[in-house]
Design a protein. Sequence first.
Length: 273
Amino acid sequence: MSTPVMTPRLSDTELRAIAKLVYEKSGIVLHDGKRELITSRLQKRLRHLGLATYAEYLKLAERDPAELVTLLDSIATNHTHFFREARHFEILTSRVLQTAAARRGGELRGWCAACSTGEEPYTILMSLLEAGCGGVRLLASDMSTKALATAKSGVYRLDKMTDVPKAYLPKYFEKGLGAQAGLARVQPSLRRLVEFRALNLLEVTSLGQQFDFIFCRNVMIYFDKAVQQRVVSMLERHLAPGGYLFIAHSESLNGITHGLATIAPAAFQRRAA
Ligand SMILES: C[S@@+](CC[C@H](N)C(=O)[O-])C[C@H]1O[C@@H](n2cnc3c(N)ncnc32)[C@H](O)[C@@H]1O
């Protein structure tokens, strides 16, 4: 007879303790309504580790940095897609490309600051190259090592790539054959232009460089105002004079102190020096 699988119950105290840890380490706010999300995402992990309670799991996550990453990975929403909120890529190829190109002979430096599984940084690169950008270096970061592994591999399901213009497919992707049928891999020439790095926005103080543009979209929506302020100030310090910041259209900088000028919905520019 097989042993019955026990489903651990998440107490209110455990829920609050998990929410506190997640907030302190990532800035993500988990409201009480997130009980189902937490249980559905962590239950499997507890079973896998043979732990009977969430309290035991919490202790493990607090003392083991690798488990903390797994915990944050399972809580964070990684949803993204190619050419998401496409208006920003038009601004990138008109305003951003023109200003910076004029300044430094075509060499652009960008940061995609919560890049998830990579569709956003690859969209940035394809857009810039299509617009004739002469040179670009892109840093793409996320706190999720799991998402970054997908981003680095650059392998995507073709049926999830419907937003990629048809003409870009043979140019920037290699179609999988045989066991890889239905998949496409980003061409090495495009992958070479991006450096993927694990970075937690809460832990970045200085990257030692400034960027012509920063994309930080669909992540601040999970933060409260205090964390948003901290992150926006940090991003602003990383913008070169005249540099651009893109946030998501569902996000806003209302109530945040900053010195940026609004140039379009969810698009901002640091004043030139
Ligand atoms: C919904 S995805 C957004 C992806 C992409 N920027 C877009 O707009 O499609 C949010 C990403 O933010 C990341 N994230 C959440 N909190 C973070 C933090 N404190 N530091 C860095 N990345 C974080 C998550 O791991 C996730 O990959």
